[in-house]
Design a protein around this ligand. Structure first.
Ligand SMILES: C[S@@+](CC[C@H](N)C(=O)[O-])C[C@H]1O[C@@H](n2cnc3c(N)ncnc32)[C@H](O)[C@@H]1O
Length: 306
């Protein structure tokens, strides 16, 4: 992997003020040393998983940033190539399950939003189905390179230079610049498994959502059918890193991405973590606390702030 690049700049594209600012890196960036899935931040273990490796907890964030720095410019292309475009269907299903705009304009936040796939779908869905041009989405990501790709992409849309979209560089675990009880919907897609402390992400999600607001996570999860699982394993570990080498010139980042999927907690365990953060969920079953897509290759988890 390439040498770690630091980002001294914070990209702030607050289109509601019709301006794009590049402000100096500030305290909204954290170097959290909190812990990985299933453990509370007070326990402070010394290592966490980075794919199949154990790494010092305070090193993971930089290592994940390095992965996404490396893949940012090819991220959308690689997503299409490695999933044969299926990620688009999953994201469509995820967003339409939330029906943004149905009950009027919403204030949404898409965390680990990367190049803006979910945010764009939320705005399109609300506009196309409910003629809603007032729903807003704040895209948050720790990685300036990913945000820049997203910003470039939104420049080509009708949402550019409108109050409907804003970009923020911040850590999902420490969202101090976002006030309590602010959002109707919090989405995080294929992002939470990359965070050092899942409980800290969930705690912040709960804090910034309004009472009655929805937490919605789309993430790779566990395949329970043994045959499908064997095929999926074969594909993930042989084909995806190879595609990373050929299409993006970066095997290591794609190796990490497939390993991180296997380290993410199974559906019932993650559902429990969501409840532990104070959300109410459906029953612990497919169609309840979570909905499986393609046999559990991915799952949508939801919780309501009570
Ligand atoms: C696999 S991409 C997903 C991007 C987008 N949500 C999508 O579905 O296409 C994961 C994103 O999570 C971001 N990320 C990783 N750790 C983060 C953290 N602690 N806080 C905020 N974003 C983070 C990465 O920079 C990257 O953009």
């Amino acid at each position: 992997m390439s040498i770690l690049r630091q980002h001294p700049w914070r990209l702030c594209a607050n289109l509601s003020r019709s301006s794009r600012c590049l402000a100096r890196f500030n305290s909204t960036q954290s170097t959290s040393s909190s812990v990985s899935s299933g453990q509370s931040s007070s326990q402070e273990p010394r290592t966490v998983s980075f794919g199949f490796r154990s790494v010092p907890a305070d090193a993971k964030e930089s290592m994940v940033k390095e992965v996404f720095d490396s893949v940012a410019s090819k991220y959308d292309l690689m997503n299409d190539a490695t999933s044969f475009g299926v990620h688009r269907l999953w994201k469509d299903t995820f967003v339409s399950s939330l029906r943004p705009g149905r009950k009027g304009p919403l204030k949404c936040i898409d965390v680990a939003g990367g190049t803006g796939d979910i945010a764009l779908r939320i705005l399109d869905y609300a506009r196309e189905n409910y003629a809603d041009r007032e729903t807003t989405v704040d895209i948050v990501d720790i990685n300036a390179e990913m945000l820049k790709e997203g910003y470039r992409r939104f420049k080509k849309t009708m949402y550019h230079n409108t109050p409907q979209i804003a970009f923020h560089e911040a850590n999902a675990q420490i969202m101090s610049q976002f006030p309590d009880n602010t959002y109707d919907i919090y989405t995080i897609a294929f992002g939470i498994r990359n965070c050092t402390s899942i409980p800290d992400v969930l705690k912040e999600a709960h804090r910034i959502l309004k009472p009655g607001g929805t937490f919605a996570c789309l993430e790779f999860s566990r395949v329970n059918n043994p045959l499908l699982n064997a095929l999926y394993d074969q594909y993930s570990f042989s084909v995806i890193p190879l595609m990373g080498t050929v299409l993006a010139g970066d095997r290591d980042s794609y190796q990490y991405l497939v390993e991180s999927i296997r380290k993410f907690p199974p559906q019932p365990e993650f559902a429990q973590m969501i409840r532990d953060a104070g959300f109410s969920t459906g029953k612990d079953e497919d169609g309840g606390a979570w909905t499986e897509l393609w046999g559990g290759i991915a799952s949508m988890h939801k919780g309501v702030k009570v």
